[in-house]
Design a protein around this ligand. Structure first.
Ligand code: ADP
Ligand code: MG
Length: 515
């Protein structure tokens, strides 16, 4: 056994194919060498390397004749012909082509092209047989290592494809390197969800799913994320091929190549129509419940001045003294003014504005506190207000009033046992992340405080510790409203013997709904 062979044996032992089943038993080598002695020499070397040599015909070099060969050794000029024939085949097939080795005559002039890039190896002849064998075995070894890697990558790819095909969410892949991001793949679940087949959508931009509704808020988010090469989840109004409507929760993630360049965008689609419809029905019902709760306190608030007026009128009728009667009438007028103030406030509550308007936070707070005045007094709650001047916020007035009413109502509920302090503050602030300017409204109470588990579930729909007294939808709806206004809602709370309290901090940007 010569040196080169030994070397191959050793490396082969070290490079045992481990987990995969790639076997290289008795693979074929095609020979296409005009010079008789060289051809016979290489044939002999191939046999030493456990390969089965076959002579190739220069007239039959199309790809079909090369199937099953692991190695081809050919004179350099013919090797070029073979290379292009193999390349054409490569484009469509998912298998490894044979390693191509060119035989170059020692005195031949090397071609212009860098042959090292084109072939898996170049053997220069004439040459010591031992040296040729060593070179040949190294090329074979490298090629087999490549095949192993190729096959395991293929297996992984096929596994991924099977996963893609079997998941029940719609998956789409768009090319990010071609203009207008055409779709290059959709899985069967996408076809079922949308009614479009892959052939229908191939090469098109995904926007046909929106039909004419191109100014959806979700689309703005998606465009921004795509431009910024970020991941995003957004809910879109989409249409199936048959024209029927569905809510599509779309999550997009950019796929980058090794250089960090985004080459594809993967979209995962989920039909969330049932969920969205359920949630919007809930929001409506909470809106009605909020209005109902307010109606109860409005009735209560109006009843007080009316009772006072009844009493004052009785006194006035019984009195003989003009000055005294006058005094009663003035007081009655005062009470009626309060009653009419409450009715006008409550009329504004009912009016569900659909257009954003600019309102002062202190005005909103006045309106809510007015309506809860009786409750506050009855529950022995002292209101402390400290508001700094700030600009108006652009918002849906009735919605923000609903948020404030719920926060204040929750605070009152928490103090209904033994009274306490309701502290309301507002001041200008800017959000550290976006730098947007706005208002922070703090609503703090010295009520029961919250346990850690209550704190954790606060914003979950239907979570309430009030039994039939609560819906558990107040904060759930509030957080949705605040998010839509691009604001935020934060809470801190403590429960201890030394004193319990809760602080809600509501941030609303001035221009949250202006854009
Ligand atoms: P509801 O008021 O109908 O119970 P919310 O969503 O408004 O629903 O509030 C959920 C729960 O959060 C309340 O049941 C209560 O346990 C807790 N909570 C909210 N605000 C306060 C507060 N200021 N103090 C103590 N607990 C509070
Ligand atoms: Mg509530």
């Amino acid at each position: 056994m010569n040196e080169a062979h030994q070397m191959l044996e050793q490396t082969a032992v070290r490079e045992q194919p481990s987990r995969d089943t790639v076997s290289f038993a008795k693979a074929g080598v095609g020979l296409l060498i005009e010079d008789g002695p060289t051809s016979r020499l290489l044939e002999g070397l191939a046999v030493q390397l456990d390969l089965i040599p076959t002579a190739l015909q220069a007239s039959a070099l199309d790809a079909e004749h090369l199937v099953g060969l692991e190695l081809i050794i050919a004179d350099e000029d013919l090797a070029y012909v073979l290379r292009s024939s193999l390349r054409r085949r490569e484009e469509s097939a998912e298998h490894v082509h044979p390693a191509l080795i060119a035989i170059r005559q020692r005195d031949a002039r090397p071609p212009q092209e860098d042959a090292g890039v084109v072939f898996e190896g170049i053997l220069t002849v004439p040459q010591e047989p031992a040296f040729l064998l060593a070179q040949l075995s190294i090329i074979l070894f490298a090629h087999r290592a490549y095949i192993r890697r190729f096959r395991s990558a293929m297996e992984e790819l096929q596994l991924n494809r099977r996963i893609f095909r079997s998941v029940t969410s719609g998956i789409s892949i768009a090319s990010a390197t071609e203009p207008d991001m055409p779709l290059v793949y959709v899985n069967p679940a996408f076809e079922v969800m949308t009614g479009y087949s892959f052939e229908d959508v191939q090469g098109k931009n995904c926007r046909f799913l929106q039909q004419d509704e191109h100014d959806q808020p979700g689309l703005t988010l998606i465009r921004e994320a795509i431009n910024g090469r970020r991941e995003i989840v957004a809910i879109l109004r989409n249409y199936r091929k048959d024209g029927s409507f569905f809510w599509n929760e779309l999550s997009l993630s950019p796929i980058r190549n090794r250089d960090g360049k985004v080459t594809h965008v993967v979209g995962i689609q989920m039909d969330v129509t049932t969920r969205v419809e359920f949630e919007s029905a809930l929001r409506e019902s909470e809106k009605l419940a909020a209005v109902g709760r307010l109606a109860a306190s409005i009735a209560h608030e109006i009843n007080n001045p009316l009772e006072a007026v009844t009493n004052l009128l009785y006194l006035a009728r019984e009195s003989e003294d003009r000055a005294e009667v006058r005094g009663y009438v003035v007081q009655a007028e005062e009470e009626l003014r309060r009653a009419s103030q409450i009715t006008s406030q409550s009329l504004r509550f009912y009016k569900q504005s659909s257009k954003p308007v600019a309102v002062r936070p202190s005005g909103l707070l006045d309106a809510v506190l007015d309506l809860y005045q009786g409750k506050l007094i009855n529950a022995n709650i002292k209101v402390e207000r400290r508001e700094r001047m700030c600009e108006s916020i652009v918002c849906l007035e009735s919605e923000i009033r609903q948020v404030l009413a719920n926060l204040i109502r929750n605070a009152i509920d928490a103090m209904s046992g033994s009274g306490g302090r309701l502290i309301i503050r507002s001041h200008e602030a800017s959000e550290w992340r976006s730098g947007s300017k706005g208002v922070i409204i703090t609503i703090a109470d010295t009520g029961t405080g919250m346990s850690p588990s209550t704190l954790k579930n606060l914003y979950t729909a239907f979570f309430s510790t009030k039994g039939i007294g609560g819906t558990g939808l107040g904060l759930w709806v509030s957080s949705e409203i605040v998010t839509r206004h691009q604001g935020s809602l934060r809470v801190r709370s403590r429960q201890s013997d030394a004193g319990s309290w809760t602080v809600f901090e509501l941030y609303l940007p001035y221009q949250g709904l202006a854009t």
